[in-house]
Design a protein around this ligand. Structure first.
Ligand code: ADP
Ligand code: MG
Length: 390
């Protein structure tokens, strides 16, 4: 009896991972942590958010509620955040109490496209031509200097293509700046439009000792600014892949990342790699690692946080992930045919447990591992079509 009680006590003293945010990334992290016997706590304003359905304890609170942030820290041994558009003050408060992965200084860089791109440029890392503007006049002269087409983006709070507009006619520069709410306090970044051959990303894991492992390069297809498909191995040359990995590792090292950093990049038609943006967390383009790699991006983050050795990041087989946006629900009159998806050999269905669908909302994804990347791509696309009843 005593022995049994002792064992249970041991189990309960295992580390607890705190997750700021309760979306699908937090949910998948909590699932990976639980497999290894760790506990998790989440914080999110949503009572029944995707993360809360999986974590041991869920704190319902606004992201800027410092008292709640302290509670999350108190209930955790180590803390991470699952999105970068958070009030930095809350994360800084948590970091005073418990180790945060990656540190608030990394978060500060990734929260602001001006700081992020300026730092890349200072590090000698290729980025699209850009200028940061704070008035209509500055916007006009930046568009003149860079030359249309350009992409204008808010420097903060953008995600899934939100807070962006493509300007094809220089005469629209002022309108676009105003449309994005640009002002002296709300700067806008004007970027040259990259006529890329492909988009790729690399999730780089870096542990407390500074050891790094990069997950295989993913080729990403975006539709309407939102990730649609990830294809691994990316269908580019080995040189481009090696360069993408090298860039990701330079950034992870340069920012002194402890945890994960995802680097989104453009590959130009000349084979040059340009950094688009950074995310200091697991990434949608890394969901393929759950079935595709020996260790998933979520398990890797959990291992790093609790101070365990990093896992093998090798690809098991060619893998393709397709996102399931609310659009799938719309096409299927509200009830997608999951039976048709699960009836397809090799299709793995992930649904995030979100209560309501909306066009453009990330609701889940399908991953397919195949003998070849072409086969995996064909099956993954067919599975999504099948969900829509096509
Ligand atoms: N300078 C650019 N040139 C060409 N396409 C771009 C550029 N910037 C963004 N895009 C397209 O828009 C997508 C979303 O932009 P991104 O900067 O990654 O913002 P978000 O934070 O919304 O993901 C990119 O993945 C890419 O497809
Ligand atoms: Mg992006």
């Amino acid at each position: 009896m005593t022995e049994c009680f002792y064992e249970r006590g041991l189990m309960m003293s295992s580390s607890t991972i705190g997750i700021f945010g309760g979306g699908q990334l937090g949910r998948m992290l909590a699932l990976a942590a639980r497999v290894m016997g760790y506990r998790s706590v989440s914080l999110d304003p949503g009572e029944d958010c995707p993360g809360s359905q999986v974590t041991d304890v869920h704190v319902v609170a606004a992201y800027d509620d410092l008292g709640a942030a302290e509670e999350l820290a108190e209930r955790s041994d180590f803390v991470t955040y699952e999105f970068e558009n958070v009030d930095a003050a809350a994360i800084e408060r948590i970091a005073e109490l418990k180790p945060v992965f990656p540190s608030p200084s990394v978060l500060r860089v990734c929260q602001d496209r001006e700081i992020e791109k300026t730092l890349m440029r200072e590090m000698g890392i290729g980025v699209p031509e850009f200028r940061v503007v704070r008035s209509v006049e500055e916007a006009k002269s930046a568009v003149e200097a860079i030359g249309v087409p350009v992409v204008m983006k808010t420097t903060r709070w953008g995600y899934d293509g939100k807070g962006q507009s493509v300007v094809r006619d220089a005469g629209d520069a002022g309108l676009a700046f105003e449309g994005l709410g640009g002002s002296d306090d709300a700067p806008v970044i004007v970027e040259g439009f990259v006529d890329f051959a492909m988009e790729v990303s690399v999730v780089c894991a870096r542990d407390m000792a500074g050891e790094m492992r990069t997950f295989p390069v993913s080729e990403n297809v975006h539709v309407g600014g939102i990730l649609d498909t990830s294809i691994v191995p990316a269908r580019c040359s080995d040189e481009v892949k090696a360069e993408a990995e090298r860039v990701a590792m330079r950034i992870a090292e340069g920012l002194d990342v402890r945890g994960l950093i995802a680097v989104e990049m453009f590959v130009t038609r000349e084979g040059e790699v340009l950094v688009n943006e950074l995310a200091p967390r697991p990434h949608n383009s890394g969901h393929y690692t759950i079935e595709g790699c020996v260790t998933s991006q979520f398990e890797q983050l959990a291992r790093i946080m609790v101070g365990m050795p990093m896992g093998d990041v090798s690809l098991r087989s060619p893998t393709v992930m397709v996102n399931l946006l609310g659009d799938v629900w719309e096409a299927a009159d509200g009830s997608p045919d999951w039976g048709a998806v699960l009836g397809m050999a090799g299709a793995h269905l992930h649904l995030y447990g979100k209560s309501g669908w909306r066009v453009g909302r990330k609701m889940g994804h399908i991953t397919v591992c195949g003998e070849t990347v072409e086969e995996a791509l064909r099956v993954a696309r067919a599975a999504r079509e099948a969900a829509m009843g096509r």
